[in-house]
Design a protein around this ligand. Structure first.
Ligand SMILES: [Zn+2]
Length: 165
């Protein structure tokens, strides 16, 4: 059965993180203006003809900002956690420790957003809508995706009109 989809972007949100297991420069605290795109799916449209009400996603935006904005995301098993916690307590940074299975990088951040927003949406729409996919860009060249593509469109090449058939 065919379903309906819509997308919404949030950001850029200034977000720091560190990947302590990396032997390169990603072990250092660094950051990006994260942009997140969520693809929503709906089994049917509401009475206005919408999948989700874009104006009714302020709670999602507020949650994303409370999690990421001007914060440093850290893994729960980061060996420097106590030191970052000390800096946090001294007002030098605002850390956000991600519990397993989530983590500070964009792949696991996608999964974190997916799980949270899917719950919000299902509750809000009585299971009519769900999150199909979450994509996070850390800059224009790098992004990660969690979830599934809404249809099998990616299997089909573009035809001469630029349409997937
Ligand atoms: Zn990095």
């Amino acid at each position: 059965m065919q379903k309906y989809f819509s997308t919404k972007r949030f950001g850029p949100i200034s977000t720091g993180h560190r990947q302590w297991r990396d032997d390169g420069h990603c072990a250092w605290a660094h950051g990006y203006g994260r942009i997140v795109e969520i693809i929503f799916g709906g089994s049917e449209l509401d009475d206005r003809g919408w999948v989700v009400d874009f104006g009714d996603l302020r709670d999602v935006k507020a949650w994303l900002e409370s999690e990421w904005d001007h914060r440093i995301l850290l893994a729960a098993d980061d060996p420097l956690l106590d030191t970052f916690q000390m800096l946090h307590d001294m007002g030098g940074c605002n850390i956000n420790v991600l519990p397993a299975p989530y983590g500070p990088g964009i792949e696991l951040s996608c999964q974190y957003v997916f799980d949270k927003v899917n719950d919000i949406l299902k509750e809000k729409t009585g299971d009519r809508c769900w999150v199909q996919q979450v994509r996070i860009w850390e800059h224009e060249n790098n992004s990660a995706i969690y979830g599934s593509f809404p249809t099998q469109w990616y299997k089909y090449p573009l035809n001469k009109y630029g349409i997937r058939s």
